[in-house]
Design a protein around this ligand. Structure first.
Ligand code: SAM
Ligand code: SF4
Length: 330
């Protein structure tokens, strides 16, 4: 029998599509991209907006209701806000969000809001401008902060701050980040570093979620927060008296594969069932050869069917996962 919904072999319902719209980026975060010259996709190799929208519409027919736009850095792509408006007009999508490094947020955030986006994730690994330059290779700390302030002023909610925790680099700021939730309604999410692609760092950089939680506990009791349907894999807590929440994302110390509901569309037009596997299904080739909507749906269903039960990434001497985070979108 031909399936009509994205349900995988393990009975997971896949309703979340993460879409990388470019592999280009205006930063070079040490844990994501190599500082050496990075191979970038040519314009013609990247899916056009029309193509991405067609793929998303097919996904929606099959049960996708949640889409996150990511990259590379999505805000470096021309006319991103026009694209977001068109995305927002697709019937059947109940949740559209964006992950950005925040560098171009200030000049785009009003238009992002007008395009109908209400939720945003901003990656910020340090509250120190000098360290920001060391981690990202660029001096854009203040621009990111201005963008975040404007997002607060415009009542984006939730604003999630993504912090990749690195031992000896920013782990001394865990309490400062957690403390932000006393004054601001942010969801501060501490993410375990994953060894992916060419920008791999040594094992000694890992700090796992239980240790992060332990360190934060000096600020007060961490009260578990019930998750909403759109909260994803983060384990959520609140410090007593805080306006915001703390999230722990632990792909290494506690896999969340059993409840993974995601598929990924890369900037180059590949549908990937799992971030941490190099299995993919080409969608750009068939699209550009004029395939039908049913053919596209079959590619989705095949990708869903082939979603692995789990990944095997662990900390110790694990070979890095191939691929580039910036091309897949995190
Ligand atoms: N450029 C945007 C940004 O940085 O928010 C979107 C793309 S980025 C690949 C998406 C997310 O992946 C970011 O929050 C980033 O911190 C995270 N990320 C990148 N490389 C990572 C790694 N090796 N381990 C864990 N998270 C990573
Ligand atoms: Fe660029 Fe985001 Fe990767 Fe940093 S994490 S290099 S901002 S894609």
């Amino acid at each position: 029998m031909r399936l009509s919904k994205l349900i995988d072999k393990y009975n997971r319902r896949l309703n979340y599509l993460r879409v990388s719209i470019t592999d280009h980026c205006n930063l070079r975060c040490i844990y994501c991209m190599s500082r050496d010259s990075v191979t970038k996709l040519l314009h013609k190799e990247i899916l056009r907006y029309e193509e991405i929208l067609r793929v998303i519409k097919t996904g929606v027919r099959l049960g996708i209701s949640k889409v996150r736009i990511t990259g590379g850095e999505p805000l470096v792509r021309r006319d991103i806000c026009g694209f977001l408006s068109r995305l927002n007009a697709i019937d059947g999508l109940s949740d559209i969000s964006l992950t950005t490094n925040g560098v171009l947020l200030l000049e785009n955030i009003d238009k992002i809001k007008s395009a109908g986006i209400k939720r945003i994730n901003i990656s910020l690994d340090t509250l120190d401008r000098h360290k920001f330059k060391k981690i990202t290779g660029h001096n854009f700390f203040q621009k990111v902060i201005e963008g975040i302030k404007r997002a607060l002023d415009l009542d984006f909610y939730p604003i999630k701050l993504n912090v990749v925790v690195l031992n000896g680099i920013n782990d001394n700021e865990i309490l400062d980040f957690a403390g932000l939730t006393f004054s601001y309604p942010f969801q501060v999410r501490f993410i375990e570093y994953m060894p992916i692609g060419t920008a791999c760092m040594s094992d000694r950089r890992h700090i796992l979620a239980p240790e992060v939680k332990d360190r934060i506990s000096v600020l007060g009791d961490l009260v578990p927060v019930d998750k909403g349907l759109d909260d994803g894999p983060a384990e959520l807590f609140k410090l007593k008296g805080a306006k915001g929440e703390i999230g722990l994302i632990h792909p290494i110390s506690r896999h969340f594969c059993a409840t993974c509901n995601r598929l990924r569309l890369t900037a180059s037009g590949r549908l990937m069932p799992c971030l941490l596997s190099d299995v993919y299904f080409d969608i750009k080739g068939p699209l550009r050869k004029g395939c039908s909507d049913n053919d596209l749906a079959d590619i989705f269903l095949n990708a869903a069917y082939n979603k692995p039960s789990s990944h095997h990434l662990a900390m110790n001497n694990q070979p890095p996962v191939p691929g580039r985070m910036s091309a897949i979108g995190g």
